[in-house]
Ligand binder design. Structure first.
Ligand SMILES: C[S@@+](CC[C@H](N)C(=O)[O-])C[C@H]1O[C@@H](n2cnc3c(N)ncnc32)[C@H](O)[C@@H]1O
Length: 168
């Protein structure tokens, strides 16, 4: 069989994410997070924002650029009580290609800046792409939580993952 090797993939940074986080960030975006969250798109790409303001939610795709941990194909998310899963069954930031994806609410778009609900990334994270979250394409009414559904106390764990404050 022909060995097809994909090499020299190059992406252009299209913007930068501004958040209050420098050392610690939530595991996933927190809808009601405090502080200002915005995405500044580089001027040469700003025409690409035309008509994005009609969408309530967007996908933000970014380079998780400050990873220091060693790569492993088996990971154990810190909130998951020692459960081990493959990296591709996880949302770990430590991956063969450190690409992150977050779905966030669009608050307003002004010139080349998208103001959003909370993002789970460090200030200065490079943006690779923005895509609209399209309800009829993207919302899956029969989606599940995979291996998280098998965990004891999964409702409680999901509060941790989502960064929702709770009393226990
Ligand atoms: C669990 S990942 C999830 C990212 C994304 N929502 C996803 O599912 O692909 C989020 C964590 O990545 C880490 N992180 C965020 N931005 C980073 C960056 N620029 N460099 C290195 N680590 C980062 C933070 O520890 C944060 O809690």
């Amino acid at each position: 069989m022909e060995n097809i090797s994909i090499e020299n993939i190059k992406f252009q940074q299209v913007g930068i994410i501004r958040t209050p986080y420098t050392k610690n960030a939530p595991y996933q975006p927190v809808d009601e997070d405090d502080g200002e969250f915005r995405i500044t798109i580089d001027p040469q790409y700003s025409d690409g924002l035309y008509k994005l303001d009609g969408f309530l939610f967007i996908y933000v795709i970014y380079h998780i650029h400050q990873i220091k941990q060693d790569l492993s194909m088996i990971v154990s998310p810190s909130w998951a009580n020692g459960v081990e899963v493959g990296v591709f069954a996880s949302r770990s930031p430590v991956r063969p290609n450190p690409i992150g994806i977050s779905v966030v609410r669009v608050k307003r778009i002004m010139n080349n800046e998208i103001f959003t609900s909370g993002l789970d990334v460090f200030d200065g994270t490079p943006v690779l792409d923005i895509k609209p979250y399209i309800k009829d394409l993207d919302a899956k009414s029969d989606a599940n939580n995979g291996w998280i559904d098998d965990m004891d106390d999964q409702e409680h764990l999901l509060l941790h993952i989502k960064g929702i404050p709770h009393d226990y």
